[in-house]
Design a binder for this molecule. Sequence first.
Ligand SMILES: Nc1ncnc2c1ncn2[C@@H]1O[C@H](COP(=O)(O)OP(=O)(O)OP(=O)(O)O)[C@@H](O)[C@H]1O
Ligand SMILES: [Mg+2]
Length: 366
Amino acid sequence: MELKLSQLLIDSALTGNVRSVEMALKKIAPKIKSDNPELYQYITNKLQSNLLRSKDNSKILPVDTDSRLQLVRVENPVLLPSAPILSEDIESKLLQVVKERSLMEKLLEVGLTPTKTILFEGPPGVGKTMSARWLANKLELPLIVLDLATVISSYLGKTGSNIRSVLDYASSFPCVMLLDEFDAIAKRRDDDRELGELKRLVTVLLQTLDDWPESSILIAATNHSELLDPAIWRRFDLQLKFSNPTPEMIESYIEQLHPDLKDHKELLCNLFSGKSFSDIERTFNLSKKEAFIKEKPFINILLKRSEHSEQTPATSKKHISKTERNEIILNLYRQGFSQRRISEETGLSRPTIKKIITTLQSIEST
Ligand SMILES: Nc1ncnc2c1ncn2[C@@H]1O[C@H](COP(=O)(O)OP(=O)(O)OP(=O)(O)O)[C@@H](O)[C@H]1O
Ligand SMILES: [Mg+2]
């Protein structure tokens, strides 16, 4: 590759000049075609994808007319260190959305519309925001996130027009628009405390959902779908219910993100059962730091921390067999849990716990 072209590419990238990056790549591609067909193909794909074109949106970001604060955050490109761990059902539905986008023209030709609006509902920390980012990353589209704080803090009566300008902006070029904490703006109209304002907002949202263009995807995320106005709820093409991870999902999480702990995965799955991914991640991160500072094995600190967390270990769940329960009890004991603590968590008396531990230990030693 010629020195001048390489310099042009580097300078344009560093100054964020997407037009020049595109121009440099167009010049570079034919020059490397015979020597490096793989790189040529990569560059050609990028040039044809939405990534560069959509980044070239010289559109002015919407702002609150009084405070001049920006009403959205833009992530472009969206970079994700790893994909979210999802239930089979949610994963297959999201993959279908990606597939539909790749077949968009064909679908439109036969009169079918790809999924344009999706509602993510579920408790905190289970991957709603992460999945919206994942989708934008897969589709190579910018992610536009509504800054709810600015929108809501705007003067009374302005929320509706602010949201309208955000939605007009996001529907004017290909992107993934994320309306986080959607319940805050799409509450039932029978909430009579803020009736006038809410009515206006819901009307704006209903129109937006009806007129949303195929080129973009609108994702609304909420922890409280029961608060949403039923008319809004019905209008989404797809509704996905997220929940706290199952033991199998926690197992995948450990295998993919903490392979060094795979020997302890069964125990960890039990300890973290019922927790959200963000809680699990927080416990992992805090334990890593503590282990580093105290120069102690990570796993010991992790187990100690999870001992103090509030969740109930799976030992108290009815579906596990006695043998499994006894093994978990012995493991907990080996990891430093006191017999008193194991007794509290399992609901079994201390003498029973003691008996289980001594019996299993004597079996193992023979
Ligand atoms: N499904 C998942 N797979 C892997 N990591 C996850 C998953 N869900 C959450 N996490 C971890 O927890 C963090 C928070 O997740 P995220 O922001 O997606 O939660 P959320 O469902 O949007 O929660 P909230 O309702 O509070 O907005 C992520 O950055 C990620 O590190
Ligand atoms: Mg979120």
